[in-house]
Design a protein. Structure first.
Lengths: 601, 270, 275
């Protein structure tokens, strides 16, 4: 077995995006020995890509706004599959978390009277998103990063965690990882572990996610015995770039449509008028004239159908392309050029203008963009206790996108950044409590380390086997084609068969070169997580026989009220197999139930 | 499809050399795409750092045809492809492998910057107007690609200066903090003395390579130089301050820690 | 005040092997064009000015030619050697016999020498530190402006104040250039326009100066509490961002103004009256 170094901490946090940083800050402020372990350099996590803002009912623009309204919006957006307690905590605590960022040096855009400005976004009743132009995520991660550095949190950068480690009593007691720069292994012994590893998007071909989004946290938690829920609920953002191929999937912000952009098919028709679901008919314009008036006069006109929830728009685009009315590269046209002046577009959407100009050679002030759905966010994930973010395994906590519950079946734009702050902090607190309450040095079982290291080393021992790059591409093709935005039983079954085959191929992966910053090997160590989460998603999608939020079944196009009351819980069986079963959602107290009902007026 | 040649530097701390990879040209690609195709084909272990591939994280900095650029934002069709496209790692930092360099210098400097230190919030919370935050917001656009650090000849050509020079990225950070409307610490002496602002001879290469188009020199470094002159090199201001003691801000200590200092940690950090 | 020597060094490992080949640069574009052009341009202008300053003649076109035009380099003409008619009104240093242009060489010359833009230009071209971005500077040791003598570049602001005096004087000269003694008393000639544009460009150069922007508002931390300084700062910012263009244009123009007056004064050309 290769040599490895070892470090002992009270709390280690895996992942240095918004949630991980916030958790580490909290534990460190409590005076605990805290380490932050991340796969990339500090400050590069996927949080930097968030554009719109962080939703918090501060009421700076609309004094009418309060946590109850935010709670209601979140629950309705999530098709009531949310964990009510998380939605409540999130709505109540988000404003404090935003003000806290300001105390740590963040510079949000301001209102005329000097408070934090808030912007409108889909699904939010009031302007609620604290923001900095279209780079809110960058501001957030930099602020948290600088705070963590000021507190002198130990940071292990470019350090990829392979497995969580447990002690003889089944408590999570650390993790085994390797330095990407040297390829050397490193063991962390810790009294409590927080996973904040983000998304799973890299299993799809077209995604807005960065390479880090391989679902490490989901997989590691599952392997350690934790429950994961509702993995089928994945948000496909309706507008990603489709051309050139190399940039396919990169996000085109919702702001384009908010500022007047419309969707057209190859015949030039605004097809969204043909896809207005009954549920939203009362609040959606049914003529182009009315929709166009809405931008000027919200009160007397209904919203354009382009601003329907993300899941609706994504499905409609998909249908148009399938019906043969798509553009030359398999997308539809998002047109703002013919509707707004070039000057307006450049002022309101500077980064979109540059993104298309520099990457696609398209001048969005003169021609339409071709766009299509792109894999964006997973609402499902590790099952956690709402107040403490404790998973079902003692000593293990989860926060951010890797944890499930807050967003239900569909996430509202802006709720993810505030999610990171609210539950990152709570996870840090609870992990600190747990570490303080735990006596004795953490002592992970040596066998776990040995297994993890021999698995990691294995690809070096094989010759002429599968290329990790080929395997990754095959996985992406499978998931894109069979577990994409619209799902159906036969395709999901086929996907699971193909995943069996890919699992088999994964045992034959071989890599060349040494361990020092070897991307082929790095990818090979990511593949087990990707294969695991892909299976969780496919199994969840097969099992949930309804359409709800981010999960759409061609063969069950309607929401099933009974299935709306359950989470599909997956865990590892005693024989290493995946089991899945529905379990009832926590019951909402009547006073919150009433909040939801009141709003139907 | 036509062919193009990628001339990529391969090497490690022992040394290295350029290797040519003939690749088919594909429409609309950026340099990073071609590097990825090389990884998936002839050189699976070719090391390169990248994350978002959308110009937002600042990971994939390299020197393309000799100029520091983000690989994900450099389109192949803007480069002359009749000759090889030369891709080399950032020169200023020690190489780890191939295109990946050890940028820990920057994180070391970041630890030394005196952190944001606001005064206590007034009743009702802090208030700042848009005009108060705009100047700092420009500096906070920084994605920490470290290309300004890479191109700065103060450390690029004189490695020994690294011990005494913070570099452009941190001068704009210091300017951001020093001009922050809520911050109460005086960072001018730190900037002059510890961060070595005087080493900068304002030749503006940092501004030229900034992918976020931050006016590092005009809006950051020079205003900071002027602030330093106010306190260190201006006898008139010095005399004025002797007579009327105004604007006395707390001078920043040189240790980059805030709040209570917790017990000593295990050593190893990245 | 502590010195740079007692700084606690950044704990960084030096001597790591640096990536890429050991060559001066990998750039393949014509990076040498800018430093080369700057060297040529500055050399030509400085050589001409040195000659013009020490020529100590043909800098004034007076009443005999129905004009009142003085070269910007010889104003204020307050030395004993000044040609009749060009003298300042209030102050004449009769004991001074060498060229009056020495003032212009010292004050506006010093202002430009310490200017943040010109520093960039001559560091890149003459000092080759660095000649261009990502091209090695070739010096064995480098301490920048952190110690003697370059630490005196920080005196830029004093030159700025002194140069303002010259701006005022040259503005008066521009006004005087409307005088046409014996030719209707007042009018506009090419020479008038040359001096008016000259004064305007010199003001633009002073106003776009980085120190000016700092002193007028840049030093303020909370702009909302200093609305006047904020407005000034906002006004000066775009000017400041064009400092390079203004620096070249004003240098070119002031040289041209001297040349024009020199040509008229020496009788090579005449200064046509426009209206």
């Amino acid at each position: 077995m290769p040599e490895y170094e070892s470090h002992e901490y009270d709390v280690i946090v895996i992942g240095a995006g918004g949630a991980g940083l916030r958790a580490a800050i909290e534990a460190k402020e409590r005076g605990l020995r805290t380490a932050l372990v991340c796969k990339s350099l500090l400050g590069k996590a996927h949080t930097v890509m968030a554009e719109g803002g962080a939703a918090a009912a501060m009421g700076n623009v609309w004094p009418e706004d309060n946590w109850q309204v935010h709670f209601r919006d979140t629950m309705r957006g999530g098709k009531l599959l949310n964990n009510w307690r998380m939605a409540q905590l999130h709505a109540q605590e988000a404003p404090d978390r935003i003000y806290e960022l300001e105390r740590w040096g963040a510079l949000f855009d301001r209102t005329a009277d000097g408070r934090i400005l808030q912007r409108d976004f889909g699904g939010h009743r009031y302007a609620r998103l604290a923001h900095v132009g279209d780079r809110t995520g960058l501001e957030m991660i930099r602020t948290l990063q600088q705070r963590a550095v000021a507190l002198d949190v130990d940071v292990y950068m470019e350090c990829k965690v392979l497995r969580l480690l447990k002690d003889a009593e089944g408590r999570v007691s650390g993790a085994i990882a390797y330095w990407r720069a040297s390829g050397d292994y490193v063991e962390f012994r810790a009294k409590a572990v927080v996973v904040a590893t983000g998304s799973v998007g890299k299993s799809w071909l077209y995604t807005s996610n960065s390479w880090e989004s391989t679902g490490d946290g989901h997989a590691m938690a599952l392997w350690a015995g934790a429950d994961v829920i509702d993995m089928e609920c994945i948000q496909f953002h309706p507008t990603g770039m489709v051309w050139p191929l190399s940039v396919r999937g990169i996000l085109v912000t919702e702001g384009v449509r908010g500022d007047g952009g419309v969707l057209r098919n190859s015949e030039g028709a605004r097809f969204m008028f043909d896809y207005i679901p009954a549920m939203f008919a009362a609040e959606t314009a049914d003529s182009e004239a009315e929709a166009d008036r809405w931008y000027e006069d919200h009160l007397h006109n209904r919203r354009p159908p382009e601003l329907l929830p993300r899941d609706e728009v994504a499905r409609s685009i998909n249908s148009e392309v399938k019906a043969g009315r798509g553009g030359p590269h398999g997308g539809v046209f998002l047109d703002i050029a013919s509707r707004r002046s070039a000057e307006y577009i450049r002022r309101r959407l500077p980064s979109m203008y540059h993104q298309f100009k520099e990457l696609a050679g398209v001048d969005i002030t003169a021609e339409p963009m071709e766009v299509g759905p792109t894999c964006h966010y997973i609402m499902g994930g590790i099952r956690v206790d709402a107040d403490t973010e404790a998973t079902t395994v003692p000593g293990l906590f989860a926060a951010g996108e890797v944890a499930a519950g807050l967003h239900g079946a569909n996430r509202l734009g802006g709720n993810s950044l505030s999610d990171l702050l609210v539950f990152g902090r709570r996870a840090g607190m609870a992990a600190a409590d747990f570490a303080e309450g735990r006596s004795g040095a953490p002592s992970p079982e040596a066998g776990d380390v040995e297994r993890a290291l021999s698995d990691a080393e294995a690809p070096f021992g094989r010759e002429g086997g599968e290329s990790p790059y080929d395997l990754h591409q095959s996985l992406q093709r499978t998931m894109q084609a069979l577990v994409g935005i619209i799902r159906t039983e036969s395709e999901l079954v086929e996907a699971l068969e193909e995943l069996d085959e890919l699992d088999d191929r994964a045992t034959r992966v071989s890599v060349t070169g040494g361990r020092v910053y070897n991307p082929g090997w790095n990818l090979a160590t990511d593949l087990p997580s990707m294969l695991t989460v892909s299976r969780l998603v496919a199994k969840g999608a097969l099992e949930r026989r309804e359409s709800r939020g981010g999960h759409t079944r061609d063969d069950y196009p309607k929401a099933d009220p009974e299935l709306g009351k359950v989470n599909f819980v997956q865990r590892l069986g005693s024989g290493g197999e995946f089991t899945i079963a529905p379990e009832p959602l926590p019951e909402m107290p009547p006073e919150l139930q009433r909040l939801l009902e009141e709003e139907h007026s | 499809m036509s062919e193009l040649t990628m001339r990529v530097w391969r090497g490690d701390p022992e040394g290295g050399a350029f290797t040519d990879y003939p690749m088919p040209a594909v429409e609309g690609e950026v340099v990073l795409d071609v590097i990825h195709r090389i990884q998936a084909g002839p050189a699976p272990d070719l090391a390169c750092r990248w994350n978002c591939k959308a110009g937002k994280c600042g990971s994939c900095s390299a020197e393309i045809n000799g100029v520091p650029r983000l690989m994900c934002m450099t389109r192949m069709d803007e480069l002359p492809t009749e000759e090889p496209v030369v891709v080399a790692p950032m020169r200023t930092f020690p190489v780890i492998r191939d295109l990946v360099t050890d940028v820990s210098f920057n994180y070391e400097v970041a630890r030394r910057i005196p952190p944001f230190t606001p005064g206590p919030p007034p009743p009702g919370g802090y208030r700042m107007k848009q005009q108060d935050v705009e100047r700092g917001q420009e500096f906070r656009k920084c994605i920490e690609c470290f290309m300004c650090q890479d191109v700065c000849h103060v450390i690029r050509d004189h490695e020994e200066n690294k011990t005494a020079f913070a570099g452009p990225r941190f001068f704009i950070r210091l300017m951001e903090l020093d001009s922050h409307p809520l911050d109460e610490e005086d960072r001018r002496e730190f900037t002059r003395h510890d961060a070595g602002l005087g080493y900068c001879n304002i030749t503006k290469c940092c501004t030229e390579v900034c992918p976020e188009h931050i006016r590092i020199t005009d809006n950051g470094i020079i205003p900071m130089k002027e602030r330093v002159i106010d306190t260190a090199y201006d006898p008139v201001v010095w005399l004025g301050r002797k007579i009327v003691r105004r604007g006395a801000r707390r001078p920043a200590s040189t240790a980059g820690t805030a709040g209570e200092q917790p017990a000593a940690e295990e050593s190893a950090t990245a | 005040m502590s010195t740079l020597e007692d700084v606690e060094p950044v704990s960084v490992n030096l001597g790591g092997v640096r990536g890429g080949p050991d060559v001066r640069t990998l750039r393949r574009d014509a990076w040498w064009r800018f430093p080369a052009a700057t060297t040529v341009f500055l050399t030509v202008i400085v050589t001409y000015l040195a000659w013009a300053i020490f020529q100590n003649a043909y800098y004034f076109v007076g009443a005999s030619a129905h004009r009142d035009l003085i070269s910007p380099f010889y104003s204020p003409c307050i030395t004993g050697s000044c040609v009749p008619g060009a003298h300042g009104t209030f102050l004449v240093l009769h004991w001074w016999t060498i060229t009056p242009a020495i003032f212009a060489a010292a004050i506006p010359g010093g202002f430009r020498f310490t200017c943040y833009y010109y520093r960039k230009a001559y560091y890149r071209s003459f000092w080759q530190a660095p000649p261009a971005c990502a091209v090695a500077d070739g010096h064995s040791r480098y301490t920048g402006e952190s110690r003697f003598p370059l630490v005196f570049q920080n005196a830029h602001r004093y030159f700025w104040f002194l140069a303002l005096v010259f701006n005022v004087i040259l503005t008066i000269d521009a006004v005087m250039a409307f005088r046409m003694p014996g030719q209707g008393g007042i009018g506009v000639s090419i020479g008038t326009l040359v001096l008016v544009v000259n004064a305007a460009l010199l003001w633009a150069y002073s106003l776009s100066c980085h120190f000016c922007r700092h002193a007028c508002g840049g030093h303020v931390n909370q702009f909302s509490k200093a609305p006047v300084r904020y407005r000034l700062w906002k006004f000066l910012t775009p000017l400041n961002h064009r400092h390079m263009e203004i620096a070249w244009l004003s240098l070119f123009w002031v040289t041209f103004a001297d040349l024009y007056i020199r040509l008229v004064a020496s009788g090579w050309i005449s200064d046509p009256k426009l209206f």
